[in-house]
Design a protein around this ligand. Structure first.
Ligand SMILES: Nc1nc2c(ncn2[C@@H]2O[C@H](COP(=O)(O)OP(=O)(O)OP(=O)(O)O)[C@@H](O)[C@H]2O)c(=O)[nH]1
Length: 349
């Protein structure tokens, strides 16, 4: 690898796997490296940017955190990612390392391929692709789809040209990995974790290193400095879409949808969370996250749901002049009944 090039680590993984948590942990201990962070999120609320900017890391200040908000990074490579990268490289003080968090629905392949673009390849290289896995979700069968149900959907809708979008995406993100982090080990016992390891390994032909983590606690020395130059090996990591459409038909994210719900104050957070669990289960919401205004509390409540597992905690004080409010982004499969989910959530405040 050319030592002059700035290394860039791509962090991918399905919705809620723990990417932001892992990066937050990384920023608290970067071994003195100055990091620039590019964050991409599905949904219009910018929760990850908020969380990461709030961590006050010395080696990655708010100026070093760039949000790409015009859709999944894999679809906006030319319009969004390349110009952002070019601007970053023009900075007087260039970072020692670039970390890119893809959205949970992004295919890493087009992003990695972008590092072969002429203006980029001379200056930056992909140090490695790190794929974060929600081990508990794998154990619960979230990515092993019910093939009978998928087949039934395909019979109903002939335009479905492939199998479960969640399962495919999960495999595509694993296929691109140089390092796989089996996260959320606290939620499983040793035997369960062993089964997850086997299942993940069975999904990919390549054999990247797999490590285990809880709360994304992986030392910077393990995450950074893989030195792979992944852009040179991209032909061996093709996504399902690339294999099925060698003709170059672009992929899309039509199978997934997101919307934002805005509410008034929530007086009883515990009851709110309980009711949300029911709504998420009933409508098969994949991910829900955002901030809640609890009357009488100076702090903002952050809410993070991955399936029906919900974490909530007061993360910071509302800033003077900031409009207090409850804003949640909801992500699900396209067939999710947005109107019904919206109505059910709005009825809670
Ligand atoms: N129990 C447990 N929870 C975790 C762990 N890592 C992350 N979480 C929680 O999982 C939820 C999602 O974590 P994030 O870091 O936001 O996940 P993400 O991959 O960035 O999510 P998206 O950007 O929406 O795709 C949060 O509530 C985290 O606190 C872990 O190791 N164990």
């Amino acid at each position: 690898m050319n030592q002059q090039k700035i290394p860039a680590t791509v962090i991918t993984g399905f919705l809620g796997a723990g990417k932001t948590t892992m990066i937050r942990n990384l920023l608290s201990n970067t071994n003195g490296k100055k990091i620039a962070l590019i964050i991409n999120e599905f949904g219009d609320l910018g929760v990850d940017g908020e969380v990461l900017k709030g961590c006050g890391a010395e080696n990655c200040t708010e100026d070093d955190i760039i949000e790409l908000t015009n859709g999944c990074i894999c679809c906006t490579v030319a319009d969004d990612f390349i110009p952002t990268m070019t601007k970053l490289l023009e900075r007087e003080q260039r970072p020692d390392h670039i970390v890119i968090e893809t959205s949970g629905l992004a295919l890493p392949q087009p992003l990695v391929a972008a590092f072969n673009w002429p203006d980029i390849r001379t200056q930056v290289t992909v140090d490695g692709v790190v794929t974060v896995v929600d081990s508990a979700a794998v154990a619960a069968g979230r990515f092993a789809d019910d093939h009978d149900a998928v087949e039934a959907r395909r019979v109903e809708d002939e335009s479905l040209d492939h199998e479960s979008p969640i399962e495919e995406l999960f495999e595509d993100q694993l296929t691109c990995a140089d390092l796989i982090v089996l996260n959320k080990t606290d939620l499983l016992d040793t035997a369960g974790l062993g089964r997850v390891r086997d299942e993940v390994a069975s999904r990919i032909a390549r054999k990247p290193v797999m490590i285990e983590a809880r709360n994304g606690e992986v030392p910077a020395s393990v995450l950074l400095g893989l030195g792979v130059g992944t852009e040179g090996d991209i032909v061996n990591r093709k996504s399902h879409h690339e294999l099925e459409h060698e003709d170059g038909v672009p992929h899309d994210h039509d199978e997934f949808d997101s919307f934002v719900v805005e509410l008034g104050p929530v007086a009883d957070p515990a009851a709110f969370v309980d009711a949300l669990k029911g709504i998420i289960g009933e409508h098969d919401v994949l991910r829900l996250k955002g901030f809640v205004d609890v009357p009488g509390k100076p702090m903002r409540l952050q809410l993070q749901a991955v399936g029906s597992r919900i974490d909530h905690y007061f993360d910071r004080a509302w800033v003077p002049g900031e409009a207090r409010g409850t804003r949640l982004v909801v992500i699900g499969l396209h067939e999710m009944d947005e109107a019904a989910v919206r109505k059910a959530i709005e009825a809670l405040a």
